[in-house]
Ligand binder design. Structure first.
Ligand code: IMP
Ligand code: MG
Length: 178
């Protein structure tokens, strides 16, 4: 595999499709066990999580639902000051077991700002499942409950993740070239 160009930046191969799918299969298996009989509601954070959500949800075999919200705090390759809710929740979460699905946790700011809103709707439980966890970049107290990959603090694109809107449509994940 060779490098790809997205706008002004060059990215090199990092996580291959097969490795990503293997981890998602493992995660689905774990969730099928942990949430059996609880009818969880998967809450997917758009835009970045749409492919992760689709691939994971196809492998969830227990009774469950999925819903989407759109939060945004990113511009280019760094977080901006604000978290905005561009599309809100249209599902009643009271007394429901919520599994938040995020493509990546970076500073943790997006979820740190959103979680109190969710808590105020009195769900039975809230857990966070992420595809990628940039552990070293965490600046806010957000607890990740399920993570497919711990990755270093380097910008990545592909498999739903974008750089200024581009690069999402790749089956593999690429890392910014130093
Ligand atoms: P946080 O609020 O800093 O944790 O950032 C979370 C959001 O920023 C993620 O849901 C992504 O949409 C975006 N993000 C963070 N790191 C990256 C990256 O390396 N590539 C693409 N998007 C990223
Ligand atoms: Mg996102």
């Amino acid at each position: 595999m060779s490098t790809i160009q997205v706008l002004d930046k060059t990215f090199e191969p990092y996580l291959k499709e097969a490795a990503i799918q293997e981890k998602i299969t493992e995660l689905a298996g774990q969730l099928n066990k942990d949430y059996a009989g609880k009818r969880p509601l998967f809450l997917s954070i758009l835009n970045g999580s749409f492919l992760f959500t689709a691939d994971l949800f196809k492998q969830v075999t227990i009774e469950s639902e999925v819903s989407f919200i759109k939060l945004a705090s990113y511009k280019g390759t760094s977080s901006t000051g604000n978290v905005i809710t561009a599309i809100g929740l249209d599902t009643n979460v009271k007394d429901r077991h919520i599994i938040i699905l995020e493509d990546i946790i970076d500073t943790g700011k997006t979820l740190h700002h959103y979680l109190p809103q969710l808590d105020s709707m009195q769900p039975a439980s809230v857990k966070i499942a992420v595809l990628l966890n940039k552990k070293e970049a965490l600046q806010y107290p957000v607890q990740v409950d399920y993570s497919c990959f711990d990755i270093p603090n380097k910008f990545v694109v592909g498999y739903g993740l974008d750089y200024d809107g581009l690069g999402r449509n790749s089956k593999d994940i690429y890392q910014l070239k130093a």
